[in-house]
Design a binder for this molecule. Structure first.
Ligand SMILES: *Cc1c(COP(=O)(O)O)cnc(C)c1O
Length: 480
């Protein structure tokens, strides 16, 4: 738990003339003529501090970071799971780390082979055998997949197909990516159980459909029981089915997206396949397609030809989506993660992720409302409407969790759930950690009855209190 430290000051403020942290050894570089006097600064204020002081300064600064390595991080949809350190270690092998993207193919055989094998793994996991590892994030994978859909329809002279139908329970990036890819978005409603409303779908679908884009499992953490019916309807109208598989954490070894009638999907390696992420990066969102769409994949795709690994650009490729070969370090981590778990291990990941989420849901549904009282997949969406009626919002509850050393869940998403708290424990948390979370959530519910101010004014224990969120984004103070 981070201690409140009001006295934190800038390194510069600790400066005392003459204090030194480090003495450089004498230089072995021959003396050079100094540049023109006019451009040499004579007054430079550098902090003068002792070595112990600078170590404490940076160590304390690093402890202000919240991370999966320090605390429980049930941030729904983000899959903040334990990322085995061995994957980091392997990614930092000098052969991987010091490789240059402009190196000749002959000297990069191992790296290209790794890409080729990872493509095969992802093809096997999703059942969609055409794979490009180029996209650098989930949203970029979506964008690539949608460009592939457009390219496919125009190759058939079906340029009138420009509609993307997207359920209201989709991830927020879906309609944004569709708009960026030049598609017009039509929203299909969810029914009372959180499923796609089939009557509404039949009403809005027509020959203009280019793609039906569905998040699987949905952002409600639910599996769509009518998925086979839905993909059949979409195909009947000549549309392609896009599955947002950013979160494969509930599907590994249990369901192949191809078997559900999916034509295109992406997956976030930085969620399901082990890469420390958060705070904006790094990411990797490979795109997977049925064989018939492989010719449109973004460049490069790795292949083996006469015992030689090489990168190539598919025949009718949508082109380059990123510079060079994607986030190579993340590809190494994903490869090593999949390889070390094996097929049975991956299946266990998903089974445990599902059991953990359902355990939390079953223990918390008395105190917090559920949008839909069904078994969930890798995450559960609670609704704090009962608490809201007592004057305490989902946001207040999320802030109060920070005082107990727990990261806030995803809030107010999906938008179709009032006061949503989206909770994803992942497979890697112990029963003790989850029991502690359950206790804390119940304790906060009690506090709301007995002493609501302690919740509405939280957090109390962090270096920064409640922020004016609009101001914090526009006018951030980053130095204290
Ligand atoms: C995280 C996520 C995305 C977006 O992925 P980024 O890498 O942040 O672009 C898209 N869809 C779903 C379902 C997600 O969980």
């Amino acid at each position: 738990m981070i201690k409140n430290n009001r006295d934190r000051i800038l390194l510069m403020d600790r400066s005392k003339a003459g204090r030194k942290a480090f003495a450089f050894p004498s230089s072995d570089v021959p003396k050079q003529k100094l540049p023109d006097k006019q451009i040499i600064r004579t007054k430079i204020s550098l902090p003068e501090v002792s070595q112990l002081e600078i170590i404490r300064y940076f160590t304390n600064l690093s402890r202000l970071n919240f991370s999966i390595d320090t605390n429980f991080y049930p941030l729904g949809s983000c899959t903040m799971k334990y990322n085995p350190k061995i994957n980091d270690e392997i990614a930092s092998f000098s052969g991987f780390q010091n490789i240059h993207p402009l190196q000749t193919t002959e000297t990069a055989q191992g790296a290209i082979k790794l890409m080729r094998l990872l493509q095969e793994f992802l093809g096997e996991i999703t059942g969609l055998k055409g794979v490009s590892l180029a996209p650098l994030a989930g949203a970029q994978g979506e964008y690539s997949g949608l460009l592939i859909a457009r390219r496919f329809h125009s190759s058939k002279n079906n340029n009138h197909k420009n509609i993307a139908i997207i359920p209201d329970s989709a991830h927020g990036t879906n309609p944004a990516s569709a708009a960026m890819a030049g598609l017009e978005v039509r929203t299909v409603k969810s029914d009372n159980n959180g499923n796609v409303d089939l009557t509404d779908l039949e009403k809005i679908i027509d020959e203009k459909i280019a793609v039906f884009m569905i998040t699987i499992p949905s952002t409600l953490g639910l599996f769509e029981p009518n998925i086979l019916k839905i993909t059949e309807i979409v195909h009947k109208y000549g549309g392609l089915v896009y599955a947002d598989g950013a979160n494969l954490n509930a599907l590994l070894g249990l369901i192949k997206l191809y078997d559900l009638g999916v034509d295109i999907c992406h997956s976030n390696l930085h969620k399901t396949f082990s890469t420390p992420h958060g705070g904006g990066g790094p990411g990797s969102g490979p795109v997977m397609v049925i064989k018939e769409l492989s010719e449109f994949l973004p460049s490069p795709v790795a292949r083996i030809h006469k015992n030689f690994y090489e990168l190539f650009t598919p025949e009718n490729s949508i082109g380059k989506i990123s510079s060079f070969h994607g986030s190579f370090g993340i590809l190494v981590r994903a490869y090593s993660y999949i390889k070390s778990l094996g097929s049975q291990g991956l299946k266990n990941v998903s089974k445990n992720a599902i059991i953990n989420a359902n355990y939390l849901q079953s223990q918390l549904k008395k105190n917090y409302s559920l949008y839909s009282d069904r078994y969930c997949m890798h995450e559960t969406v609670l609704s704090a409407t009962k608490q809201k009626n007592k004057g305490v919002s989902g946001l207040d509850i999320a802030k109060r969790l920070l005082d107990y050393g727990i990261h806030a869940p995803t809030m107010y998403f999906p938008q179709i759930v009032d006061e949503a708290l989206m909770i994803e424990p992942t497979e890697s948390e112990s029963k003790e950690t989850m029991d502690n979370f359950i206790d804390v959530m119940k304790k906060i519910d009690l506090e709301i009855n007995n002493n609501p101010e302690i919740v509405t004014t939280s957090p109390h224990s962090l270096p920064v209190k409640r922020l004016d969120e609009a101001k914090a984004a526009r006018n951030p103070i980053l130095t204290r």
